[in-house]
Design a protein around this ligand. Structure first.
Ligand code: ZN
Ligand code: ZN
Length: 279
């Protein structure tokens, strides 16, 4: 995240200090890992699959191989495993590094697992999910930028990410009527894509049944929930602070607030600390 805004946010939300500290360590380690260049597909080859709703990473026509991101993820785990000061995470990181080293063709297995292959069952799935997708997000940035320049957003009003296929982690509202737009935000690859303003991305109910909780002093963050399925999405109503406010972990306190109101988190998360250390 950009330093000044991020620091101010953490100063105003001291209970995020621990997760923020871990996140900063991961980001710093990731910056030291060699990053292979992402392969950008020829988008016209992919167009048929795009129109049929096939995400880029699941499309044979796009032909994107995520294996280099698997290599990055393994290097990240190994680097963090030998760093001091990570507390309870250190043991889990060391175990995970050993487990990955013992695999046959580790980068390929990790890449397939990140895309949903269940043949491999890591001991600490929450930890690998977090580190794996932070690695893949970094690796896929050039692809994402190219994709966002090519796509026709009106042609993908789906409830899953057009690049990686994940459900949304958050949402963003931007612009003013009549051009006001809602985008869903992928917590994995970082893509944002247009979605209907009033439709629930979980149950697809679209009977204008979204209810909104605006949280005072939270810089435009709010909780949009569905009266039909009780799922909710944290939503940033604004522009300019995406890096801080759409990172998901920076608003974990809103998830607590939503749970207190009887709402259920259906959004995909990289920061589920219940499973982060699960074995
Ligand atoms: Zn995605
Ligand atoms: Zn719903």
């Amino acid at each position: 995240m950009s330093a000044p805004a991020g620091d101010a946010w953490l100063a105003a939300h001291p209970y995020l200090a621990r997760v923020g500290g871990v996140y900063a360590r991961i980001e710093a380690a990731l910056a030291e890992v060699p990053m292979p260049p992402a392969v950008v597909p020829r988008w016209e080859d992919y167009r048929t699959d795009y129109l049929e709703g096939v995400p880029v990473l699941e499309s044979a026509r796009a032909g994107v191989d995520l294996e280099p991101a698997g290599t990055v993820a393994i290097a990240l785990v190994e680097r963090l495993a030998v760093e001091p000061g990570l507390g309870v995470l250190s043991d889990a990181l060391s175990s995970l590094a050993r487990e990955l080293q013992g695999l046959d063709d580790p980068p390929r297995v990790v890449a397939a697992w990140l895309l949903g292959d269940t043949v491999f069952a890591p001991m600490a799935p929450g930890l690998l999910l977090c580190l794996g997708w932070l690695s893949a997000e970094r690796y896929l940035r050039p692809l994402r930028a190219s994709y966002e320049g090519w796509r026709d957003e009106e042609k993908w009003l789906r409830r899953y990410c057009p690049i990686c296929g994940s459900g949304p982690a958050m949402a963003q509202l931007s612009g003013a009527d009549p051009g006001r737009m809602r985008r869903l935000v992928c917590g994995r690859c970082g893509c944002r894509w247009q979605f209907r303003r009033t439709q629930c991305p979980f149950c697809e109910n679209d009977a204008q049944q979204l209810s909104v909780v605006v949280v005072e002093g939270e810089a435009g963050l709010r909780i949009d929930s569905c009266k039909a399925c009780h799922g909710y999405l944290k939503t940033y109503d604004g522009q300019g602070d995406e890096e801080v406010l759409l990172a998901d972990w920076t608003s974990l306190h809103l998830d607590v607030l939503a749970a207190d109101r009887g709402l259920e988190r259906r959004a995909a998360s990289l920061y589920d600390f219940g499973t982060l250390l699960a074995r």
